[in-house]
Write a protein that binds this ligand. Structure first.
Ligand code: GCU
Length: 455
């Protein structure tokens, strides 16, 4: 068992290091380690099903549009549901009519349901994190002279020294800033300075988000989620989740990976509060895809984030889970993605259904109110339909009543807009760019929007 744990740690370490150069023997070794890890994931998944007394779940549709069981991409079949949970009706049936009722009664009810059924509970005993600046380098981003700090957040593991957890982060700020700067933080990977993924096919090349942010005179931080919680089921007995469970399996209400990644983002804000180059009252969070989901979860649970840029978050993010379009709850609850959530979430792929969920994605967005949330997506013809842009738009639409109750503006329409039409007049914003699976082409629109809130 201990040996498997060591192997898993090794694979996680290899996977976390995107710059690893591999020889042929290394890659053979990696393949066999990956098999070990897949087995460990299957075992953990099965253990969770046993705890839930579930024998099997419904399989999800395929993400391949050509497959016989392809996910639905026909809008006419997307909305078999007739109602969504009402964010402004208490469980007692009483209508929420004041901001006070929202904050004191309804919001805690919604948080409880997301905690218990979807993202899981953060344990009370999560140990302290001590940040260390491991190195500082001078760099140039575009034309901006900047300073990059490499940071490690050491998690106190004295309760269970077998598991060591360090949060990796970089913080880049303009070298000649006269005062503390706002910071946009991204869930992402650490690459050498200047490195960029090639843009997805069909996506116009533009300046990186980081460059645009630095050119505004703001700072840009990258937190590496997989440095403190692996992106697979095998890793659940490791990382910050494993540490708090002393290497044991999760219980059905325990936190999943998304909630753990969001916890790490909060610890990063703790660090920003101690760094004199940062204006810690002006921190935003951004992420794409699974990290888009993480960005929305972080924003919902961490009031110190003042704005969020939520990229192609899809199912498990801003998309209404009850919609039968693109990725489904059955996919999220399968062995490849269940780790993102509380074990309890698996129940909704059998015996329960998504219609039994006590909350849906619009209420996750509502938890961010009154703070601004920009929901971003690519073009369905380039990015594909899996993320369900309209489902994310509807998440924004149905969060609107809560924003309005708090005297903020909603999306301003319930009509799904054409591509490249920014809906940016309110505190909930939405835009589909014309490219693929990236936040890239929406950075410029997002930053203009953010200017309204961050001076
Ligand atoms: C898969 C998964 C999505 C996820 C995406 C990603 O497509 O089904 O839910 O957002 O991977 O993170 O890349």
């Amino acid at each position: 068992m201990k040996k498997i744990a060591c192997l898993i740690t090794l694979v996680i370490a290899i996977e976390a290091n995107a710059q690893n150069r591999m020889s042929a023997t290394d890659s053979l070794r990696r393949d066999s380690l990956r098999r070990v890890m897949q087995q460990a994931t299957q075992q953990d998944y099965k253990d969770m099903l046993d705890q839930l007394h579930i024998e099997s779940t419904r399989p999800g549709p395929s993400g391949n549009p050509q497959a016989p069981n392809a996910a639905n991409a026909d809008e006419a079949k997307a909305s078999p549901y007739t109602t969504l949970p009402d964010p402004l009706i208490l469980k007692s049936g009483k209508k929420v009519t004041s901001a006070r009722m929202w904050w004191q009664q309804r919001r805690p009810e919604i948080v409880e349901e997301f905690d218990r059924e979807i993202y899981g509970r953060v344990p009370v005993n999560v140990p302290k994190v001590t940040w260390e600046v491991t190195s500082t380098t001078d760099t140039t981003i575009g034309s901006v002279k900047a300073i990059t700090k490499n940071l490690l957040g050491h998690v106190d593991n004295s309760s269970y020294p077998q598991i060591k957890v360090d949060i990796q982060m970089t913080l880049t700020t303009p070298a000649n800033a006269a005062r503390p700067v706002p910071v946009m933080m991204e869930f992402g990977f650490v690459f050498p300075p200047g490195f960029r993924f090639p843009p997805p096919a069909g996506t116009p090349v533009e300046k990186s988000g980081m460059q645009q942010v630095l050119e505004k005179g703001w700072g840009f931080a990258v937190i590496v989620p997989t440095s403190f919680q692996a992106d697979n089921g095998a890793g659940l007995k490791q990382g910050i989740i494993g540490l708090t469970n002393k290497g044991q399996a999760r219980k059905p209400e325990d936190w999943g990976t998304l909630r753990a990644w969001a916890w790490g983002a909060s610890r990063a804000v703790d660090y920003f509060e101690t760094d004199k180059s940062v204006d810690s009252k002006k921190i935003g969070i951004e992420g794409l895809s699974r990290y888009g989901k993480a960005a929305l979860v972080a924003m919902a649970y961490e009031p110190r984030f003042v704005i969020a840029f939520v990229g192609s978050s899809g199912a498990g993010g801003a998309k209404i889970l009850r919609r039968v379009f693109g990725e489904q709850v059955e996919n999220l609850a399968g062995s490849g993605e269940y780790h993102w959530f509380a074990g309890n979430f698996i129940k909704y792929a059998g015996p329960l259904t998504p219609n039994d969920l006590p909350v849906d994605a619009h209420e996750l967005i509502a938890l961010c109110a009154p703070r601004p949330v920009f929901i971003s997506s690519g073009s369905p013809t380039v990015e594909g339909q899996w993320v369900d842009a309209k489902g994310m738009f509807l998440g924004g639409v149905h969060a609107g009543p809560v924003y309005k109750l708090l005297r903020k503006k909603d999306l301003g329409t319930t009509e799904f807009p054409a591509i490249e039409t920014p809906l940016v007049d309110g505190e909930i914003a939405f835009r589909q760019h014309s490219g693929g699976h990236t936040t890239g082409p929406n950075w410029a629109t997002f930053l203009k929007y953010a200017d309204r809130y961050i001076k």
